[in-house]
Design a protein around this ligand. Structure first.
Ligand code: HEM
Length: 510
């Protein structure tokens, strides 16, 4: 009995100590948050929802209501100006739309990608995902080494050589659309564009034929979709994993990550074998990925994993963004007949009835370029980027102490009327070659050394697909289509852009 009392009092004592320690740790954490508030509260910003959680409740509410969180950032930018502060516990993020700071920070290698977002994407729910690949690498030297190796697969010379693939894959989409026009079937353009951009990236980047428009049972579209969805939950809500109801979804996301990585392993090994057998392999992205690893005989596990990181990176970065851009472009053209007529006229003038579009033709379709640029102003499918600020700086006259993250939103800048008059109007004339160039307030492909490696690739692909579509078909959006944006990390049209497709009465020459 005495022993029982002794043990019970010891346990009680230990619990009290533990509780006391937790309380002290919590108070120290609160003091630290107070210190952070004192350090950064001179920067304008909306009132915090709570001392501890800062603005997180508002942002989580926006996200859970299926709204575009960037609209909240836009509202705050209109109210609080070119730099404002967002708090979440001890973390401070500055939303910056000041063009001079955008230039200074994004154009310089001095400001690394911030760990808040990019380190997080190393794994998805514990499963290695983008790792230290091109998008997520934070260390400048590690990133630069990879980028230098990858550059040749994106050179203008190399991409010119891929025009055949762009044409051939776009042609398959046209065949599919022709069938739909013949049978009067409505076309979900977003879905179709997703298939074609995935076909293109696997063919151009990895030398693999998928033909997703005709093979609906491929696991890749769903795997990419799951990874993107998983990314959003993983980044935006650190408690997501704690709820048992999310377990099934999380397992599915991890399975999708594993599928992409095991596919990468298989395709990389096949290419390695081809190289070893002296076969003539293309100088494509996969070949360049192989070069990021050490020499054949001493490929370390880390190198192997890095190759897979980049494989997944290209799968993710190289597909959905372009498909969404195309779908948004069709959505806007579908409701703006004057712009549609003008762009069709240009396509007719430049390519006429021609089936094989050349690289030089692309350069001549300047109005189509304007349409695509304007699409990314209103709908920047990869809506922003962020950098860590390791030293004190001044933004718009406000001194900013070191240690914060700056978030640059292409979505917010593109919709601020101080940068673009009447910003919600879709007007490709803003990007007329003679119009003033936007000064560091338009960056759908980011800017500076960490800007999109696939920009030319994406815009060549988008132009080939759009030109063929405009050359062959009339389309009208089905009634009841909403023009809302779905924010899944990348921005995509909520409605799927479902259209009725009709032949234009032209038969393209073979
Ligand atoms: C409309 C289509 C596209 C848009 C709007 C877009 C946008 C972007 C943006 C904003 C970034 C910076 C990301 C960040 O800082 O977090 C980026 C990076 C990147 N993108 Fe794209 N992208 C597109 C298509 C592509 C394609 C087709 C590829 C590959 C074939 C690609 C490959 C990459 C890579 C590798 C990076 C990382 C670059 C680096 O840090 O060195 N992107 N892209």
């Amino acid at each position: 009995m005495t022993l029982f009392h002794l043990i019970a009092s010891w346990i009680g004592y230990l619990l009290m100590c533990l509780f006391g320690l937790i309380l002290i740790a919590f108070l120290i954490f609160c003091l630290y948050i107070k210190y952070i508030h004192l350090k950064y509260d001179h920067i304008p910003g909306p009132p915090r929802d709570s001392f501890l959680f800062g603005h997180s409740p508002t942002l989580l509410r926006e996200m859970s209501n299926d709204r575009v969180v960037h609209d909240k950032f836009l509202e705050w930018a209109e109210t609080y100006g070119p730099v404002y502060r967002i708090n979440g516990m001890h973390v401070v993020v500055l939303c910056v739309t000041c063009p001079d700071t955008t230039k200074e920070v994004l154009m310089s290698p001095k400001y690394p990608k911030d760990s808040l977002v990019y380190k997080h994407l190393f794994n998805l729910f514990g499963q290695r995902f983008l790792g230290s690949g091109l998008v997520t690498a934070q260390n400048h030297d590690e990133w630069y080494k990879q980028r230098r190796i990858m550059d040749p697969a994106f050179s203008s010379l190399y991409l010119r050589g891929q025009m055949g693939v762009f044409n051939e894959r776009a042609e398959k989409l046209m065949d599919k659309l022709a069938d739909m026009a013949d049978t009067n079937t409505a076309a979900n353009m977003h879905h179709m564009f997703n298939c074609v951009t995935l076909d293109v990236i696997t063919k151009v980047a990895f030398g693999v034929e998928l033909d997703l428009l005709n093979e609906s049972d491929s696991p890749f579209p769903n795997a990419i979709e799951m990874c993107l969805k998983g990314m959003v939950h993983y980044l935006r809500d650190s408690t997501f994993q704690l709820y048992p109801k999310n377990k099934k979804f999380i397992n599915e996301v991890k399975k999708s990550c594993r599928l992409l990585r095991s596919t990468g392993r298989q395709w990389i090994n096949e290419r390695k074998m081809a190289v070893q057998n002296g076969e003539d392999v293309p100088k494509d992205i996969l070949t360049q990925i192989l070069k990021t690893a050490g020499k054949e005989e001493n490929i370390a596990n880390d190198d192997e994993e890095l190759m897979l990181d980049n494989f997944v990176t290209f799968f993710i970065a190289g597909q959905e963004t372009t498909a969404n851009q195309l779908a948004f472009a069709v959505m806007e053209l579908g409701r703006l007949p004057e712009i549609l007529t003008k762009v069709k006229q240009e396509v007719d003038d430049v390519i006429g009835m021609k089936q094989e579009i050349s690289f030089d033709d692309l350069g001549k379709m300047t109005y189509l370029s304007q349409v695509l640029k304007e699409t990314l102003r209103l709908y920047p499918t990869a809506p922003g980027t962020s950098r860590f600020i390791p030293n004190d700086i001044v933004i718009n006259g406000i001194p900013i102490p070191a240690g914060v993250t700056c978030f640059f939103s292409s979505y917010v800048c593109g919709r601020l009327d101080k940068f673009f008059e009447d910003p919600l109007t879709f007007d490709p004339e803003r990007f007329h070659p003679d119009a003033a160039k936007p000064y560091y307030c338009y960056y759908p492909f980011a800017l500076g050394p960490r800007s999109c490696l696939g920009q030319s690739f994406a815009q060549m692909e988008a132009k080939v697909v759009m030109a063929k579509l405009l050359q062959r078909f009339d389309f009208s959006l089905l009634p009841g289509q909403s023009f809302d944006i779905l924010d899944t990390g990348t921005l995509r049209p909520k409605s799927g852009v479902v259209c009725n497709i009709r032949h234009r009465g032209q038969t393209p020459a073979a």
